[in-house]
Write a protein that binds this ligand. Structure first.
Ligand code: ATP
Ligand code: F6P
Ligand code: MG
Length: 542
């Protein structure tokens, strides 16, 4: 019988043999393939691969030439491999480039509130697995460093000079995170009143961000100059994929300058489009608030003859809010999201379904995510260009669809009553609900613990219910999307009874695409093929 696969080849060995021909669409990657992928990431040429306790720098500052400097400015992949196909995708630490920093005992141990906790400090070796489901003969897979307080910290409380920045769109919960980070010294100290500025005291009850937010205008050098000039040593960045990318470059520049500054991200986006993590804060609140709009649409539609209620929800590229709001409501007859293209005319099209549903039920509710149907709209309308951050400005699918539906029913001489509701900005401007509030609080604590422990260049996130530290590149390399080949989307289809708008070929293509993506982004599969198993000497095991 084959021994359990491991991915413990050295980085150089892995990089060398990693460039084999691309496997076919139905191949599943071995843990070694995945390791190669991590080592070979186009944007991540610098690799630190740790086996046991040995660290090998593949390329870096030592060469001292321009190429090395350029390489040094790129993200570094830090891998630790272990038995049974265990891979830890570790995050950078200030000691990686400032090796002799002093440490201090964590002041939390003197806080009476925490004295009752059995084991408050996390074991430094604790890691969180990315895939909760594994099989007995499969590899243990990808892991991230567990978040939480460490016994030794790299900053003294009095020495901390933190800054917080929020970027991108609004999101319920922003103020809760700001409040909890802002109160860091209060968090560790006994007298929280002295250390929590009055101004942040009740900001978690307000929507928006007390700091303000913006798009565009990222200038790495100016930002890092300002961090340096002001003597800031902890930078907390709250934002979506763009913001985390920005934080990644700030971190690289800080490391290049050799500053003792921790850069840490807290992922924010109501669209829930950040990969790896269970969900982003504010999403739960958005889904809950969307119910009010859907209820209103349902009441309006049900009160009129041939009533149609149409609700637009946010979701630029990912239709999670529409998806979950539909599932939660049960009053929705059709949900349209960016991930699932639809068409209007003919058999299996939207209009036929609307006609059928109105005949059966006399009214109906449609939920559409703002990014849905953009290709269809673009056939007749010019695109709107980009926002200051480079995101495409979307055409209003709600208005467009309302118009199209009205035209269609006019053509077939049927009177309808269509009410279009656009609650998008109202939804994202509210304060977070109770569940998001707790989530934000814990995320904020976890991120502060990470920075205090000297970790940097990471985003805090919940993975399989546990908080962990995830390298920036993992959060920004792709977007989290609704998988239309997943059971969850099938549940929606079975609850609304809407057409899937997909041909057999579309489904096959989608499956193949998702398999390819998960092959490279989600770590080793639970059960690799036997011939893909690799022993610790790098040889294939049969
Ligand atoms: N590759 C990048 N390098 C540096 N800065 C970036 C990069 N991408 C985006 N940014 C900056 O990050 C900030 C936020 O980006 P963006 O407006 O796309 O919002 P976001 O963080 O993705 O949030 P959301 O999509 O939830 O609204 C902007 O100031 C933008 O200039
Ligand atoms: O109008 P703004 O502020 O650019 O934001 C719109 C975008 O922000 C988000 O709320 C978050 O990315 C998207 O759902 C939406 O497309
Ligand atoms: Mg974004």
């Amino acid at each position: 019988m084959a021994s359990p696969p491991t991915a413990s080849a050295s980085a150089s060995e892995a990089a060398e043999s990693g460039r084999r021909s691309a496997p076919g669409p139905i191949d599943v990657p071995s843990p070694r393939d995945h390791l190669h992928h991590l080592l070979d990431r186009r944007d991540t040429p610098r690799v630190v691969h740790v086996e046991g306790t040995t660290m090998q720098r593949q390329r870096g500052e030592a060469a001292g030439d321009a190429a090395a400097a350029a390489a040094a400015a790129k993200p570094e992949v830090k891998l630790v491999t272990g038995d049974g196909g265990y891979v830890l995708e570790d995050v950078p630490h200030v000691c990686d480039y400032l090796p002799d920093l002093p440490t201090y005992s964590n002041p939390l141990q003197d806080n009476p509130a925490y004295s009752v906790v059995k084991q408050y400090f996390v074991n430094p070796d604790d890691t969180v697995c990315q895939k909760a489901i594994v099989r007995k003969d499969g590899p243990r897979g990808n892991h991230f460093r567990r978040a939480g307080p460490r016994q030794r910290v790299f900053f003294e409380s009095d020495e901390v000079h933190a800054c917080i920045v929020t970027c991108g769109g609004l999101c319920p919960g922003l103020n809760t995170v700001i409040r909890e980070i802002g109160g860091y010294r209060g968090f560790y100290a006994c007298n929280t009143i002295d250390l929590s500025p009055k101004s942040v005291n009740d900001i978690h009850k307000r929507g928006g961000t007390v700091l303000g937010t913006s798009r565009g205008g990222h200038d790495t050098m100016k930002i890092v100059d300002s961090i340096q000039d002001r003597g800031i040593n902890q930078v907390y960045v709250i934002g979506g994929d763009g913001t985390q990318r920005g934080a990644g470059v700030i971190f690289e520049e800080i490391r290049r300058r050799g500053l003792k500054v921790a850069v840490a991200g807290i992922p924010k986006t109501i669209d829930n489009d950040i990969p790896v993590i269970d969900r982003s804060f504010g999403f739960d609140t958005a889904v809950e608030e969307a119910q009010r709009a859907i209820n209103a649409a349902h009441v309006e539609a049900g009160s009129a003859e041939n009533g149609i209620g149409l609700v637009k929800l946010m979701g630029r590229h990912s239709g999670f809010i529409a998806h979950y709001a539909t599932l939660a409501s049960r009053d929705v007859d059709c949900c349209l999201i960016p991930e699932s293209p639809f068409y209007l005319e003919g058999e299996g099209g939207l209009f036929r379904y609307l006609e059928k549903r109105l005949k059966e039920n006399g009214h109906m509710v449609i939920v559409v995510a703002e990014g849905a149907g953009q290709k269809l709209i673009n056939e007749t309308k010019e695109s709107m260009g980009k926002d200051a951050s480079g995101n495409s400005i979307l055409l209003d699918v709600g208005l467009w669809l309302s118009q199209k539906i009205k035209e269609h029913f006019k053509k077939i001489k049927t009177t309808i009553n269509l009410k279009y509701i656009d609650p998008t900005y109202m939804i994202r401007a509210i304060p977070s609900n109770a569940s998001d509030n707790v989530y934000c609080t814990l995320l904020a604590h976890s991120v502060v613990h990470g920075a205090m422990a000297g970790y940097t260049g990471f985003t805090v996130g919940q993975v399989n219910g546990r908080h962990c530290y995830i390298p920036f590149y993992r959060i920004t390399e792709k977007q989290n999307k609704v998988s239309i080949t997943d059971r969850m989307w099938a549940r929606l289809l079975s609850s609304t009874n809407q057409p899937s708008f997909l041909s057999k070929k579309d489904v096959e293509d989608a499956k193949m695409e998702e398999e390819r993506a998960s092959k490279f982004f989600d770590g080793p599969p639970p059960n690799p093929k036997v011939e893909d198993k690799v022993a610790s000497n790098g040889k294939a095991v049969k």
